[in-house]
Design a protein around this ligand. Structure first.
Ligand code: HEM
Length: 403
């Protein structure tokens, strides 16, 4: 059984409760609930998605470079999960020791994984065969190291000695424009030919997309770090260009082929709307256009980014691999359904509407957003437990009949 995927299913299950809790607290159903912000975001990001990509990256790099199947690195699994556990203890208590220890262990896990990927080069006569996405994964993880340092020190005044102008923004940008954008791009480049059964529109654009996205993330991280708009704006344009080119690569070959647009493929492609939404509004905030609630956008937009883009990407990706591992005899397919597609997008629309709403309507729309996201998670979590349970039962039967 795979220890990473079991943790993924566990975190996604608890994420349903996190979303419900936030919904009930905003809808004043349980007003004394405080809707713990860290938990509802990090069960998804640091929990479900980080576990998934930490497991997947070495496998995909080995496959593309025609290297032997890599053994599971228990040192990486242990430091990642030990770190998350300590953060789950320390963050609610705002206690420095478990937060520092937890952040350090997650940092160690990321460094060990970078080391493992760095060493995964084809040797001897096969040097031509290398994974075109290994650099995406290593660059993404390198930005994650920055995100971890800033996140770990966020409540302990590390921003000052590190001269960080807006630490929360740097943390969010390093983990989303850096880590997840680059890793998701690598996953799409590696897996799209399997999922869509056709090549990318422009396979020769992969290197340019990599350098544009990596340089873009650099500007998007160090712009807010040094309050340097001259870094932020070109970074944003480069990153947007790279993301647009990546989406063009996966949409163009599917055009006119209705059967190819399964709920899973729609989850993957339309999820990118929610990383673009804050960008479309950003100029209005930067120019302080009257009627645009800048503070409310900054306070709430990260939630729509994580639920609308990161979680939704996971809706397609995670069931596909959980099925491949737990039910290898069955044909794997991308996760998601029309129901999860509609509810996750309605959740995003409701969250953004709450940003511009006034009075009690704001709470109703904010609470409805989390209710819709909790509903969108239900069929995914249900499907995952179905797969895990039948996979475990089958393994036990095989074990019992093996003698
Ligand atoms: C060791 C790893 C991490 C640590 C120590 C950490 C720590 C933190 C802290 C302390 C906050 C502020 C929460 C608050 O204001 O209540 C935060 C916010 C946030 N973090 Fe992390 N984080 C980590 C990993 C990640 C990852 C992997 C992602 C995404 C890929 C992420 C995305 C975010 C986002 C989007 C917010 C803003 C939440 C909001 O304002 O609603 N973090 N993080």
């Amino acid at each position: 059984m795979n220890p990473y995927l079991l943790m993924v299913v566990l975190y996604l299950s608890v994420a349903v409760l996190g979303a419900l809790e936030s919904s009930f607290s905003s809808l004043q159903i349980l007003p004394w609930f405080n809707g713990m912000k860290w938990l509802r975001i990090h069960l998804i990001t640091l929990g479900a998605l980080t576990e998934t990509i930490f497991w997947l990256m070495p496998l995909l790099v080995a496959q593309r470079a025609k290297l032997p199947h890599p053994k599971l690195r228990w040192d990486i699994w242990l430091s990642l999960n030990g770190g998350i556990l300590l953060l789950l203890v320390g963050i609610p208590l705002v206690d420095f020791v478990p937060i520092f220890a937890g952040g350090t262990l997650v940092f160690v896990a990321a460094v060990l994984l970078i080391g493992q990927l760095w060493g995964m080069k084809a040797v001897g006569k096969d040097t031509a065969v290398s994974s075109p996405t290994r650099k995406f994964y290593i660059a993404g993880l390198s930005y994650f190291l920055l995100g971890i340092i800033v996140g770990t020190g966020l409540w302990f005044g590390w921003a000052e000695p590190l001269h960080i102008a807006t630490p929360l923004e740097v943390h969010i940008h390093a983990n989303n424009w850096g880590l997840l954008s680059l890793v998701f791009a690598g996953l799409l480049i590696d897996l799209y030919p399997i999922w869509a059964k056709r090549p990318l529109a422009n396979p020769q654009s992969i290197n340019t997309i990599f350098w544009m996205m990596t340089a873009g993330a650099f500007g998007l991280i160090f712009g807010p770090w040094f309050a340097a708009t001259w870094l932020l704006v070109p970074g944003l344009l480069l990153h947007l260009g790279a993301t647009g080119w990546l989406l063009y690569n996966i949409i163009k070959p599917l055009r006119g082929d209705r059967a190819a647009w399964t709920p899973g493929m729609l989850h993957l492609v339309t999820s990118y709307f929610w990383i673009l939404a804050p960008v479309l509004v950003a100029p209005l905030v930067l120019l302080q256009v009257p009627g645009i609630p800048g503070h409310s956008i900054e306070a709430n937009a990260p939630q729509a980014l994580i639920y609308g883009w990161v979680l939704q990407f996971g809706y397609a990706l995670i069931p596909y691999f959980v099925r491949r591992v737990f039910l290898p005899q069955e044909a794997p397919k991308l996760g998601g359904s029309r129901f999860s597609l509609v509810t996750v997008h309605l959740g995003g629309i409701s969250l953004w509407a709450s940003i511009f709403a006034e009075g009690s309507l704001r709470g109703i729309l904010h609470g409805s957003a989390y209710l819709l996201w909790a509903l969108s998670l239900l069929p995914i979590v249900y499907e995952l437990w179905q797969i895990v349970r039948s996979g475990m039962e089958r393994a036990e039967v095989e074990l019992a009949t093996a003698d």
